[in-house]
Design a protein around this ligand. Structure first.
Ligand code: HEM
Length: 474
């Protein structure tokens, strides 16, 4: 029916939400753990809640039904990301994928990454590298086991994933001239700081020039090598992207740009920021819960033992058809979505959702942490780690079931999901299969501290430490 344009009393209103202060809006309510604060607020104001982050309107989504409305029913309207000062800054003016606005440019970069860097065949190509890196960690843990040492699992797993990421992206974990990891760490700190509000007081401390210099060196080295060795076979991400340099990038036949060095650098930064911590954090939380639940640990070890026996280490290619492993990982990602507010969406056009007005350019925050704890979706034991809850369900984590959204959903969902899951399954299975794990002196399973800190991923506040005992016969 026809309506005059002027706002009327009966016109759709913003969703309910807490009162906002001048200038800062509701920023002061986020606290140190925004996913928890927003969860509490949503209990009062509902699963579609409106807030103001500084001057920016934000809509916080906290139930599976609401998430489906935003990520499926109206997917296209919310397939963009907000233009944040900091993201412009670290991605050479939004030339990457993760922070770019929806449109032909983003589509073409996303296609490039999905087909050339994150495809099933690329994932498989790096399997020997992952096997080697995990082997090194197992060796060092074996030594610690022999000496009855307490080991820092968070540190060990974090290092492992970082080495894997650097080898995949740059071809090596340590360059002869510099360690690549501090570079990635710095990018991550920056990206983590702005993922809710465009409010980054320490931006000045971040030295993009230094990052650019290092990336430039790495690219030059790869170019030199490619020329000398006439390298035929693609190796790391830098090689793949260089092989596409100066090629016209198209969308629907239209040439949008030619891939140049800035595009390549921005894509490399994206890949590092998105994959540097996420898998490590998932593994860290899963092992923590398994240490707290010895029966679940035993059941998983038994399942792996039926496939690999006690004479063999875990092989990545034989990790299919292990239902309990899958249930454990799902349960862990339900309770600890490592990118809860990882990348906010942006509303492209004013729209009406569930009777509420959602303004253009509102920031959409899907609180996967709250959704994973919604008692309507998960019953009253939602706070418990109970992998068995998935036993007779088809609930999946790929973004089709809106009560479980660790990778987001829809056209903007995580393109690295397959890679992340492959790494997580392999590393977790190996550590559980090769070792029995005990908490250090005096710590009982139910006393293990489980607090988190907020960042781009959501890691443990205190490192997980435990004593490994080697359990294989090889
Ligand atoms: C367990 C590991 C991982 C988890 C839980 C995870 C989770 C997520 C989530 C929640 C999003 C936001 C999705 C949305 O807005 O709907 C995302 C986006 C993204 N992830 Fe992952 N991720 C993981 C691993 C990876 C890996 C290994 C890569 C590969 C480099 C990767 C690359 C990306 C990129 C590029 C985006 C942005 C996509 C876009 O905006 O178009 N992720 N991820």
């Amino acid at each position: 029916s026809f309506r005059p344009r002027r706002q009327r009393k009966n016109d759709p209103q913003l969703p309910p939400g807490p009162p906002a202060l001048p200038i800062i809006g509701n920023l002061h309510m986020l606290g140190k753990l925004p996913h928890r604060s927003l969860h509490q607020l949503a209990k009062k104001y509902g699963p579609i809640m409106s807030m103001r982050l500084g001057s920016v309107p934000a809509i916080v989504v906290s139930s599976p039904q609401a998430a489906e409305l935003f990520l499926k029913t109206h997917d296209l309207l919310f397939a963009s990301r907000p233009m944040l000062q900091a993201s412009l800054y670290i991605s050479y003016g939004n030339k990457g994928m993760g922070f770019s606005e929806y449109g032909p440019y983003w589509r073409s970069v996303r296609k490039l990454c999905t087909l050339q860097l994150l495809s099933a065949s690329k994932i498989e190509y790096f399997a020997p590298m992952r096997r080697e890196e995990v082997g090194l960690l197992v060796d060092s843990l074996k030594k610690a086991a022999a000496a009855r040492d307490v080991v820092d699992i968070s540190l060990g797993v974090g290092d492992l994933i970082q080495n894997m990421t650097c080898r995949m992206v740059f071809g090596e974990a340590k360059n002869s001239e510099f360690d690549l990891k501090p570079l990635a760490r710095e990018l991550l700190n920056l990206a983590g700081a702005f993922n809710i509000a465009d409010y980054v007081p320490f931006l000045g401390a971040f030295d993009l020039q230094a990052v650019d210099t290092i990336l430039e060196k790495i690219i030059c080295e790869h170019e030199r090598e490619a020329r000398w060795k006439k390298k035929q076979q693609m190796k790391d991400f830098v090689d793949v992207l260089l092989s596409l340099m100066n090629q016209p990038m198209t969308s629907n036949e239209e040439v949008l740009y030619t891939l140049d060095r800035t595009h390549i650098k921005a894509i490399l930064i994206d890949m590092i920021v998105a994959s540097f911590d996420t898998s490590a954090t998932t593994i860290e939380w899963t092992l923590s819960e398994l240490l707290r639940h010895p029966a679940a640990m035993k059941r998983l070890q038994d399942e792996l033992q039926t496939v690999f026996g006690l004479d063999k280490m875990v092989e990545e290619k034989d990790l299919f058809n292990l239902p309990y492993l899958d249930m454990v990982i799902k349960e862990s990602l339900r309770l600890y979505p490592v990118g809860p507010l990882l990348l906010p969406r942006n509303c492209m056009e004013e729209t009406i959702i569930d009777g509420y007005r959602v303004p253009k350019n509102a920031r959409i925050i899907v609180n996967a942490w709250a959704i994973g704890r919604d008692p309507n979706a998960w019953s009253d034991n939602a706070e418990e780690f109970l992998p068995e809850r998935f036993a007779d369900t088809s609930i999946d984590l790929r973004g089709h079931d809106f009560q479980l959204l660790p990778f987001g959903s829809g056209r903007r969902g995580c393109p690295g999901m397959q890679l992340g899951l492959t790494i997580t399954r392999f590393v977790l299975a190996q550590l559980v299969h090769c070792f029995n794990w005990e908490l250090p002196d005096g710590v009982l399973p139910n006393e293990l501290d489980m607090s988190e800190i907020f960042g781009l991923s959501m890691p443990r506040a205190n490192h997980l430490v435990a004593v490994p005992k080697y359990r294989l016969r090889v």
